[in-house]
Write a protein that binds this ligand. Structure first.
Ligand code: BGC
Length: 753
C-alpha cells in the first residue's frame, strides 16, 4: 500500500513539474526519490557491481537491499534457450522451449502495427515466464545492404515503416511488464568488421534514416533500455559515443533508462563512463575495478557512478522481478503466442509474381512435387544471438502435406540440392550426402535427376529455394545475393520437365532472381516464418487466405544496382579486412598488458564504411536514379484486385490528411496495405524522388468498399537542416502518391504546406 502511495505521489510531482501529460520516458523517474535513498545506502563497490555483467545474461542487483539482478534474454524472435552462466552453451533445461516468432523482415512484411504490438506482447509474456526482465530486442537497424548478415533480423530499408513497427513492438513488450533493449544503436548496417568499422555519415542521413526507428520507440514508446552497437559512428565507438548517447539519446530524446553494451562492445573505462554507457556486457575489465581505481585517482567521481546506478534502478523499479520460485515453472512457449506467430506469418507472405493466376493451387491439382531442402530445413536455430529453441516448428513441407491430405492431394518430396544444415561446432569429416560443404557447390546431377523424376508426373511443382542460416547470419555478410548450391540450374531443369511450377523463397533477405524469374511463373517470398510458418504458407498456397505481405525492402536485379555498391562504398574499397574486434579476443592479444594491447590495436588498419549514398537508401535510390529493381519496395500481389478511388487530400496545421475509397473487387476476403508516398516537385532542398510517409493494412470482405484515412504528421515532413543543425519544415507543394507499392501508384493529389 505504502509503495503505491509513494509511486502515485511522485507521478503527480513529475506531472506537475512538466507542462502537460507525462512523457513515457519521464514516467521512469517516478521512483527517483526512493532510488536516491537506496543509492545513499549503497557502498561504492555495490554500485560498481551493477555496471557490468554478473553472468553472461545478467547484471547484478544488491541482495542486501532487496534489489534483484537484471536478467536479459535474446532475442528479437523468441526467448532464447537458457545458457550456462558464463556462456551461450545450452544449460540443458527442459522447460525453456519458446515460441519462434517470424524473423524481423517477415514481421515488417506484414506492415501491420497491430501485429507488431501483439508480437511484442507474446515476447513480453514469454520473457516473464522465464523470469527475464529485459528482452534484447527489437533489432531495428535500417537494411542498407542487400547482403547484410542481419537483414533478416532487421525490419526494413525504410525508416517510417521500421519506426512504426519498432514502436508497437516496444509498447507490446513493455505493456507485459518486460523492458525492451532496443538494438543496435546505431548505424549497425554491416557485419563485415562489425566490431571495429567506422560508419561515416552526414548528420541529415543519420537523423532522417538511421535514427528514426530508435527515436520513435524511445520517445513515444518509452523504450527502457538501449544497446549501443559494436561499430563506431563518425569516429567513436557507439558504446562511448557522446553525440549518440549523451547529446541525442539522453539530451534531445529525454531517455531516462539505461544502456547495455553489445556483448564485448565496451572499449574503455573513461569513454564508457563519460559518454553514456551504463552496463558493460560482458566482463568487468572496463566498468569494474578500474572505475573504483579511477575514482580514487580523481579521474571520475562517485556522483557519476550514482547517476548510472539511478538510471539502471529506474528500470529495475519499473519492471517487477519475477520471484525465483515462480519463474520457469511452465513451458516458455504458450498457445496464445503460437497463435500470434501464426497470424504474423499469415500476413507476411509476399506473392511476388503470379503469371496466369497459377496460384492459388487449383482444384484440378491432384498431385504435387515439393522440391528443395528449404522445404524441410528448420530455421529456428542458427544466426547466433537470434536463434530460438522452438517448442515446435511446422516446416513448409509439413504444412503442405497436412493441407494436401485434407484435400485428397498426394505430395511427393525430393531434396533437389545439397544445403548446409545449421549445427553448433565444426562440421564432421564425413558429411551427410545431402549436406554441402559450401554454399557455392554446383548442382548435384543425381539430386537434380531425382527431383525431375518427382516433378515430371506431378500436376504441380513447388520449388523451395532461397538461403539458409549459414549464409544469412550475424557475424558475416553474404558475399553476394546468389541462390546457393546450384538452385538456378535445378529450377531450370524442373521447368523443362514440368512448366506448372511455383517457387517459394525461404530467406530473410533479397536474392538475385535474374535466372529464376524467367522460368518460374509464380514466386512467393516465404521468409523465416516462425513456429507456424509452414501452416501459414499452406493456407496461402491453397487459397484459404489471400496473400497480403508487401516487401519491406527492394529486390535489386543485381547487387551492383544497390546504392552502397553503386557508390563504391561496400565492400570496403581499401579492402581492410580482419575484424579488429575478434582480434582483440585472440589468446595472445588477451595476454597483453593494456598498453601493449592498445599499441597493437593502433597498428592495425582501421576499416571505414563511407555512407556517401547519403539518404538514398533502398527504393529512395532506385527511384531517384531510375534504376528498375527486380521487385520494388512495397510490392506484393493478392488473389483479388483492389480499386483505389476518390482520393482527397487536405493540409492542416498538424498533419496532411488523405481519404479515399478502397474496394476489394474479388470474391474472397483480403487485406491490402495502402501506401502513401510524398514527392516535392518544386523544392529547393534536395529530396529523394519519393518517400513513404504513411501506410495502413486494411481488411476487406469480398466486394466490400471502405473509406480509408491516412495521416502524415507535419513533423514527419521535416528534414534535418545541416546549416542550422535542427529539424526544418520546407513549405511548398507536395505531390501525394497513393498506391499498392512504390512502383504501383494508383492516385495522386497535391497539397501545399
Ligand atoms: C549480438 C546481440 C545479442 C548479443 C547477446 C551479440 O553478439 O550482436 O544482438 O543480443 O550478442 O547474445
Amino acid at each position: 500500500m505504502k509503495k503505491t502511495i509513494l509511486i502515485l505521489a511522485s507521478a503527480a510531482l513529475v506531472a506537475a513539474a512538466c507542462d502537460g501529460p507525462v512523457s513515457p520516458q519521464d514516467k521512469l523517474t517516478v521512483n527517483d526519490k526512493k532510488i536516491d535513498e537506496i543509492i545513499a545506502q549503497m557502498t561504492l563497490e555495490e554500485k560498481v557491481e551493477m555496471l557490468h555483467s554478473k553472468t553472461n545474461m545478467s547484471s547484478a542487483g544488491v541482495e542486501r537491499l532487496g534489489i534483484a539482478d537484471m536478467n536479459y534474454a535474446d532475442g528479437p524472435f523468441g526467448i532464447r534457450e537458457e545458457g550456462v552462466p558464463n556462456g551461450f552453451q545450452s544449460a540443458g533445461w527442459t522447460l525453456d522451449s519458446a515460441t519462434y516468432f517470424p524473423t524481423g523482415s517477415a514481421l515488417a512484411a506484414t506492415w501491420s502495427e497491430e501485429l507488431a504490438y501483439k508480437y511484442g506482447t507474446g515476447m513480453g509474456k514469454e520473457a516473464r515466464l522465464r523470469g527475464k526482465d529485459v528482452i534484447l530486442g527489437p533489432a531495428v537497424n535500417i537494411q542498407r545492404l542487400p547482403v547484410g548478415g542481419r537483414t533478416y533480423e532487421y525490419l526494413s530499408e525504410d525508416p517510417i515503416l521500421s519506426a512504426a513497427l519498432a514502436l508497437e513492438y516496444t509498447k507490446g513488450v513493455q505493456d507485459e511488464g518486460t523492458a525492451v533493449c532496443i538494438k543496435h544503436f546505431a548505424v549497425n548496417n554491416q557485419e563485415t568488421n562489425r566490431g571495429s568499422v567506422d560508419a561515416q555519415l552526414d548528420e541529415r542521413t543519420l537523423r532522417e534514416i538511421y535514427l528514426k526507428p530508435f527515436e520513435r520507440a524511445i520517445i513515444e514508446g518509452g523504450a527502457m533500455s538501449v544497446m549501443p552497437a559494436y561499430n563506431k559512428v563518425n569516429g567513436d565507438y557507439c558504446s562511448e559515443n557522446e553525440h549518440l548517447l549523451n547529446e541525442i539519446l539522453r539530451g534531445e530524446w529525454g531517455f531516462k533508462g539505461f544502456t547495455v553494451s553489445d556483448w564485448g562492445g565496451t572499449h574503455s573505462t573513461m569513454g564508457a563512463m563519460l559518454h553514456g554507457l551504463n552496463v558493460q556486457m560482458t566482463g568487468s575489465n572496463y566498468l569494474g575495478q578500474p572505475v573504483i581505481d579511477s575514482i580514487k585517482a580523481g579521474k571520475l567521481t562517485e556522483e557519476m557512478v550514482d547517476e548510472k546506478v539511478r538510471q539502471i534502478l529506474r528500470v529495475r523499479f519499473a519492471i517487477e522481478a519475477v520471484p525465483a520460485d515462480v519463474a520457469n515453472t511452465v513451458m516458455t512457449s504458450q498457445p496464445e503466442s503460437q497463435q500470434i506467430a501464426k497470424q504474423v506469418a499469415e500476413k507476411s507472405i509476399v506473392l511476388l509474381k503470379n503469371e496466369g493466376g497459377i496460384l492459388p493451387i487449383k482444384k484440378e491439382v491432384k498431385s504435387i512435387a515439393v522440391i528443395g531442402q528449404n522445404a524441410v530445413l528448420k530455421t529456428q536455430s542458427g544466426g547466433m544471438g537470434a536463434g530460438v529453441k522452438a517448442l515446435y516448428e511446422v516446416t513448409p513441407l509439413q504444412g503442405i502435406e497436412k493441407r494436401a491430405a485434407e484435400l485428397g492431394i498426394s505430395v511427393d518430396y525430393a531434396p533437389g540440392y545439397k544445403t548446409i544444415a545449421f549445427r553448433w561446432g565444426p562440421a564432421p569429416a564425413i558429411l551427410d550426402p545431402l549436406e554441402a560443404r559450401s554454399n557455392d557447390e554446383p548442382a548435384d546431377p543425381f539430386l537434380v535427376a531425382e527431383a525431375c523424376e518427382a516433378a515430371v508426373n506431378a500436376d504441380l511443382v513447388i520449388f523451395f529455394g532461397g538461403t539458409n542460416k549459414s549464409i544469412e547470419t550475424e557475424g558475416s555478410d553474404r558475399k553476394n545475393i546468389d541462390l546457393p548450391c546450384g538452385q538456378n540450374e535445378l529450377v531450370k531443369a524442373l521447368k523443362a520437365v514440368n512448366p506448372n511450377l511455383i517457387t517459394v523463397l525461404i530467406s530473410g533477405g533479397p536474392t538475385d532472381l535474374r535466372k529464376l524469374e524467367p522460368v518460374s511463373p509464380a514466386i512467393v517470398q516465404g521468409w523465416w516464418n516462425g513456429t507456424e510458418g509452414g501452416t501459414a504458407l499452406a493456407e496461402v498456397l491453397f487459397g484459404d487466405i489471400a496473400p497480403s505481405g508487401k516487401l519491406p525492402f527492394t529486390f535489386p536485379k543485381k547487387l551492383e544496382d544497390s546504392p552502397a555498391y553503386a557508390m563504391g562504398n561496400f565492400p570496403d574499397p581499401n579492402g581492410a579486412g580482419g575484424d579488429l574486434f575478434s582480434l582483440m579476443f585472440r589468446p595472445d592479444v588477451l595476454k597483453m598488458t593494456p598498453a601493449e594491447r592498445q599499441k597493437f590495436l593502433d597498428s592495425l588498419p582501421k576499416p571505414v564504411s563511407k555512407y556517401t549514398e547519403r539518404f538514398y537508401v533502398g527504393y529512395r535510390w532506385f527511384d531517384t536514379k531510375n534504376i528498375e529493381p527486380m521487385y520494388a519496395f512495397g510490392h506484393g500481389l493478392s488473389y483479388v484486385d483492389f480499386d483505389y478511388d476518390d482520393m482527397k487530400a487536405t493540409a492542416g496545421k498538424d498533419a496532411v490528411k488523405v481519404t479515399f475509397q478502397l474496394e476489394n473487387e474479388g470474391n474472397m476476403p483480403a487485406d491490402e496495405v495502402v501506401q502513401l508516398y510524398v514527392s516535392r516537385p518544386e523544392s529547393k532542398v534536395e529530396w529523394p524522388a519519393k518517400e513513404l510517409k504513411a501506410f495502413q493494412r486494411v481488411s476487406l470482405n469480398a466486394g466490400e468498399t471502405k473509406t480509408v484515412t491516412l495521416e502524415i504528421p507535419m513533423k514527419d515532413l521535416r528534414y534535418w537542416n545541416e546549416a542550422t543543425n535542427a529539424w526544418d519544415l520546407e513549405h511548398g507543394k507536395l505531390l501525394l502518391q497513393l498506391g499498392s507499392a512504390s512502383d504501383d501508384i494508383r492516385e495522386t493529389a497535391e497539397v501545399t504546406i
